[in-house]
Design a protein around this ligand. Structure first.
Ligand SMILES: [Zn+2]
Length: 341
């Protein structure tokens, strides 16, 4: 019997696990150094600890392209697969992280803003260093031209759209000129800040987008704003990082996810999860770092609201639910960029 037909017959068996099975988690780092801002740094010793933990705890580090292709084409991925990314192209990636990544044979991706490299800033990677890492197997992708606050403008303004598209195109052209055609069309939003307007630019230009909120990647993810788990600063502790690495993406119905950014200072989200069969009904939700009660509206939808007005800037709603089938959590994160009116 063809697999598809078999699945139709055994719908309950095929639908549940298939949703969550093909997934991977992405880590985002910035600095690997002792003398850089603590909130965006891990020390070389901590980075070695992370790589050792991944190796010894069933988390194969795979290339981002391999992971994306597998999820999008529904091909097999190793259980617990993890992708390592670095934003901003700081020089300490070459001096401190690259030797360790080679030692552990761990592929990685660097999202680079191109102007600081072109300007030859002392603490940034050079094109030669990027070429050397690329020759080893690293991937270098787009993090805009100048790392501006892309979203904090009027998103319906045509001049804004043109300016944003031009920044992305310029960076892509510089990357391709220096590194060749193997530079993928991947874009990491500066500060993880995205909007519906920016996402539509990526869509028009045929990019995959990467943000900076928590959660894993699966076939149903928003490929214009894929989540990545922060792994630096307070997020570098192995106890909490381990829980994130074991987590599966909550299979949220994207049609129900709110737009970004918002001028609503007390935002509320209603999240629809079509298949809740493997999820505990007990949700554990946080608004930024404060626990917040979330309520189920019906069998498939829950609601979470900010308990008080949020300040302008970046915020996160995070919700997890324990799996029934194993010792892991289903994870969903919604970033909010609250704009001052
Ligand atoms: Zn950045």
């Amino acid at each position: 019997m063809p697999v598809r037909l078999l699945c139709l017959v055994l719908l309950a068996l095929c639908a549940g696990p298939a949703l969550a099975q093909q997934h991977f988690n992405i880590l985002v780092y910035h600095h690997v150094a002792e003398d850089t801002p603590a909130s965006t740094s891990v020390s070389p010793a901590t980075f070695r600890q992370h790589l050792t933990y991944l190796r010894d705890n069933g988390h194969p580090v795979i290339a981002l392209k391999t992971a994306l292709d597998a999820v999008r084409n529904d091909e097999a991925l190793p259980d617990g697969a993890v992708v390592i990314t670095f934003d901003d192209a700081f020089k300490n990636i070459y001096t401190n992280a690259f030797p360790l990544l080679q030692e552990f044979n761990a592929p990685f991706t660097i999202f680079a803003a191109t102007d600081p490299i072109d300007q030859g800033f002392n603490d940034m990677l050079s094109w030669d260093q990027l070429r050397e890492m690329q020759a080893w197997g690293a991937t270098v992708a787009n993090h805009s031209r100048d790392h501006g606050y892309l979203v904090r403008h009027s998103p319906r303004d045509n001049a804004w759209r043109e300016q944003m598209a031009a920044s992305i195109r310029h960076a892509q052209q510089r990357l391709e000129t220096e590194l060749g055609d193997e530079v993928p069309r991947w874009f990491a939003y500066p500060y993880g800040e995205y909007s519906e307007g920016l996402k539509s630019i990526l869509q028009n230009e045929n990019y995959i987008g990467f943000a900076q909120h928590s959660g894993g990647v699966y076939r149903g993810s928003d490929f214009y704003a894929l989540p990545r788990f922060a792994a630096a600063g307070v997020y570098s502790r192995l106890e909490t990082l381990g829980t994130k690495l074991d987590s599966h993406p909550m299979p949220v119905n994207l049609a129900s996810v709110p737009d970004m950014p918002t001028t609503d200072v007390q935002p509320s989200m209603t999240i629809r999860v079509d298949d809740t069969s493997d999820m505990s009904r007990l949700l554990n939700c946080f608004v930024d770092s404060a626990w917040q009660d979330a309520r189920w509206i019906d069998d498939h939808q829950f609601q979470l609201s900010a308990p008080e007005p949020l300040s302008p800037g970046r915020h996160r709603f995070n919700c997890t639910a324990q799996a029934r089938s194993g010792n892991f959590f289903y994870w969903y994160s919604q970033p909010w960029l609250v704009l001052a009116d």
